[in-house]
Design a protein around this ligand. Structure first.
Ligand code: UD1
Length: 425
């Protein structure tokens, strides 16, 4: 089984550049189906989730070619409208073809994603929104079947769901009339999707705010677009730098996309210097305890929660992390406890009593971000930490081991992986 072996105690210094945002690239790939012709997407990370989404698109009849960090997607003719269970079960983000297939073909059949390691992740808002837009939905045999041209509607989301906002946005681009999405998610990746769709000829106003208005057009055209930098990947290396002293410079992303993360890093005692597309972090004199609560953007991202738990587990005092976005997103706590962290879970709160030193141990990645956070914990642990189930990490971090090594970490990859990729974030 493949694993990452970390020898703790090495300082990290230097620079690392992040790739394009996973959560944007996947949605832009889905959105490329909206236009007949060849779309080019640049700054696409080389991660297994992108390879899976390419398989989903190929299954629909698109021709996907990767050259280095660019993808060309020829969606001139689509031969299927079905995203099968085998693929959706591996990656929930494949449900984002629901909106683009309805937008392009006026029909879609997408497997229900089912439960998942980070809580029950429903699709009720996606479905209700499409129904509000006049799309006929049938659910049966584990599939969502959608049919009909959407019409303009006023859709109010119960919660600012990223996936629902994106699916409805895509479906609305070619709807008849004007659609308004209220209580929309405001994540930067939604801004990137809206920019991509607008370049394709969509008429979108208000992306990045809580109300998005889309005036439907008859058809969209292919474009050439570069994905925004990955704010979560950047945040992960910044936490690594803070845990191991730094200075570490992380570039290739927009620091305004992680303001809340930077605020919490500063509260933990980090010194930060922000440039136009980079942040330099250093932390000397011990980690201070911090309380934080995950919330939809611009709140603290749930995708940075585990990395902060690793950081705060060695703080000089007690911290509380409150998880408000997903149920059951504390599986990481059990693993880091095996390394000597003192974390108690009460409902959706984690109470963390900082310990002076973690001890290296064999641990298992519970999911993508939890896996990365275990490697960070290993960087400051006494002795060696062996992280298994690293296929989770490969879903979202290109060259994780290489990038950490370039900063001076003693990290290696060993063995061969027989793990089965599972859905997650
Ligand atoms: C996306 C991101 C993920 C991130 C999450 C929140 C991708 C591929 N993944 O996931 O990394 O952690 O946003 O920032 O972009 N919900 C419902 N009904 C719905 C839809 C969602 O109840 O119809 C609930 C979910 O169960 C969850 C919460 O809303 O508890 C947030 O989910 P959502 O914002 O939709 O996250 P994803 O789009 O799945």
């Amino acid at each position: 089984m493949q694993s990452i072996v970390v020898m703790g105690g090495r300082p990290l210094t230097g620079s690392v550049r992040v790739g394009g945002a996973k959560n944007s690239a996947l949605k832009l790939m889905a959105a490329s189906l909206l236009a007949a012709g060849v779309t080019t997407i640049r700054n696409v990370p080389d991660i297994s989730d992108v390879a899976l989404m390419a398989e989903v698109l190929a299954g629909l009849g698109a021709v996907v070619v990767r050259t280095d960090h660019a993808l060309t997607i020829d969606a001139t003719t689509l031969s299927s409208h079905e995203a099968p269970y085998e693929l959706v079960a591996k990656m929930r983000a494949s449900t984002s073809v629901l909106g683009s297939l309805v937008g392009r073909l006026r029909r879609a059949k997408v497997a229900m994603p089912g439960g998942c390691a980070i809580g029950s992740r429903k699709v009720d808002m996606h479905i209700r929104g499409l129904q509000d837009m006049g799309v006929r939905i049938e659910i049966g045999h584990g599939y969502i079947s959608a049919e009909g041209r959407p019409h303009g509607a006023n859709v109010i989301l119960d919660f600012p769901s990223v996936g629902a906002t994106e699916n409805l946005l895509m479906a609305a681009t070619t709807a008849s009339g004007v659609t308004t999405i209220e209580n929309a998610a405001r994540e930067p990746e939604i801004g990137d999707l809206a920019a991509f769709l607008s370049e394709m000829g969509a008429r979108i106003d208000g992306a990045g705010s809580t109300t998005i208005t889309i005036e439907g057009v008859d058809e969209l055209h292919p474009v050439d677009h570069a994905v925004i930098g990955d704010r979560i990947e950047a945040g992960t290396y910044l936490v690594a730098g803070a845990m191991c002293g730094g200075p570490v410079t992380v570039s290739g992303f927009d620091p305004s996309h992680i303001e809340m993360v930077l605020t919490k890093l500063a509260a933990a005692g980090a010194h930060l210097e922000t440039g136009p597309d980079s942040v330099t972090v250093s932390l000397t004199g011990g980690v201070r305890p911090v309380d934080l609560a995950t919330l939809p953007y611009p709140g603290f991202p749930t995708d940075m929660q585990a990395q902060f738990m690793a950081l705060l587990s060695v703080a000089d005092g007690n911290s509380v992390i409150t998880e408000n976005v997903f149920e059951n997103r504390f599986m990481f706590a059990d693993e880091i406890a095996r390394m000597g962290a003192d974390v108690r879970i009460e409902g959706h709160h984690a109470l963390i009593r900082g310990v002076p030193q973690l001890s290296g141990a064999p641990v298992r990645s519970p999911d993508l971000r939890g896996g990365a956070a275990l490697v960070l914990a290993g960087l400051v642990a006494d002795g060696s930490t062996v992280v298994t189930d690293i296929h989770h990490i490969d879903r979202g971090y290109e060259g994780f081991v290489e990038r950490l090594r370039s900063l001076g970490a003693d990290v290696t990859r060993s063995g061969c992986d027989d793990g089965i990729p599972q859905e997650g974030d």
